[in-house]
Design a protein around this ligand. Structure first.
Ligand code: NAD
Length: 359
């Protein structure tokens, strides 16, 4: 399939191919939809096996950003950048400065920051050439650690799920299985424990497990389990905060929870198939791009002048938005991921209409 066919299939507006001989920079910026505002999305660096892989990734991720921005109603559309290279070998200050110049040349149509393979420090070089970077270190005007609002958003999503399933937000005595206790997962555990919940935890990195086990009151720690044991536990909510694609044929069959609510991106290996499998098993799924939108809310707020109270209020809004998603899914008898997509599409149409007024 040709590039224009791919763009038409997913509704992309623009693709930019970047190459700079001196620094070895090779990259792609994809702008999916700017109805809601300038495109926003991270910059990923990976040693892609082929140019097609890089293109496929940037098209898929930029479209995902339109939905993520839309679901929490920030004034941005979806975009993404990918740099083709090994983050451990191919980085240089000059490469990121050149990248900054390319981003600046887009004239404010695209804002970007960190993603897999890039760090806030990389973009300290880029911001010398452009004002279109978010999520910079605090001393460069960034808003700081996004794991904080992301974890809060997951906690709000868990409370909304409790409200929907059990009629109240009381988490005391509820049982949770948290997969991955890194930056976000460890904070989610803290929220759950403070709310009186009890937790199983797992991780592949023992020091993180030890830290969480130490910080959690003994009576609220149900167990520290091996990574492969986390799926089959008898809990109320499975909370994936590690990897994507963890909801698949094998794991869904094992689950013994009432709901899945976590921060990991792209949790469903195959959206349609595995979304339907969860529904058939009577397991409620909180769409990941809504549950984990706290970090996006924070970096998008930088473009409005970063007000922490506003970020907090908007992140708490994930609670109501998720209830709307569950309601639509139940009324229309459609999977929750599709209900979320539809709510976003309706919102984009409304914004398209109001922007028909010339200013
Ligand atoms: P992190 O790297 O700090 O934590 C991930 C943890 O998962 C690590 O401790 C790692 O050891 C563990 N892990 C890896 N493989 C595992 C496995 N097989 N079983 C159990 N544990 C495993 O990352 P993070 O920032 O905490 O993000 C967690 C997830 O949330 C990622 O999917 C990320 O894309 C997503 N997310 C993060 C943010 C954010 O603001 N940090 C925002 C949105 C989404």
């Amino acid at each position: 399939m040709g590039i224009f066919d791919e763009m038409a299939k997913y509704g992309h507006e623009q693709i930019h191919f970047l190459q700079h001989k001196g620094t070895g920079l090779k990259g792609i910026v994809a702008i999916h939809d700017t109805t809601m505002g300038p495109a926003l999305g991270g910059c990923r660096m990976r040693p892609y096996e082929s140019e097609e892989d890089a293109l496929f990734d940037v098209l898929r991720l930029s479209r995902g950003m339109t939905y993520k921005c839309g679901v929490v109603d920030v004034d941005n559309g979806g975009g993404k950048a990918v740099l083709i290279g090994d983050p451990n070998l191919d980085k240089s200050p000059e490469l990121f400065r050149v990248f900054g110049r390319y981003v600046e040349s887009l004239g404010g149509r695209f804002y970007t920051g960190t993603d897999m393979g890039t760090t806030p420090q990389d973009f300290v070089h880029s911001q010398r050439e452009s004002s279109s970077f978010v999520g910079l270190p605090v001393e460069y005007g960034g808003s700081g650690n996004t794991a904080l609002p992301t974890a809060l958003g997951v906690f709000e999503a868990i409370k909304a799920t409790a409200q929907w399933l059990w009629g109240n937000t009381e988490l005391s005595g509820r049982r949770f299985a948290v997969q991955g206790v890194g930056k976000v997962g460890s904070l989610v555990v803290q929220h759950l424990v403070e709310a009186g919940g009890t937790v199983y935890v797992t991780d592949v990195y023992p020091p993180y497990l030890e830290a969480v086990a130490e910080a959690t009151p003994k009576e609220q720690l149900l167990g520290v389990v091996r990574p492969e044991e986390i799926y089959g536990l008898d809990v109320d909510v499975f909370v994936p905060c590690a990897l994507g694609a963890i909801l698949n044929d094998d794991t869904i069959a094992e689950l013994r929870c009432a709901a899945v609510v976590g921060s990991a991106n792209n949790q469903l290996l195959d959206m349609e198939r595995h979304g339907a499998m969860l529904a058939e098993r009577g397991i409620l799924y909180a769409p990941d791009y809504l549950a984990n939108a706290g970090g996006l809310i924070q970096v998008a707020d930088e473009l409005k002048g970063y007000v922490p109270e506003r970020v907090l209020a908007k992140t708490k809004g994930i609670f109501e938005m998720l209830l709307q998603v569950y309601k639509l899914s139940s009324e229309q008898e459609i999977p929750t991921w599709l209900a979320a997509d539809r709510l976003v599409e309706q919102r984009i149409e409304k914004v398209r209409d109001l922007k028909s007024v010339r200013v």
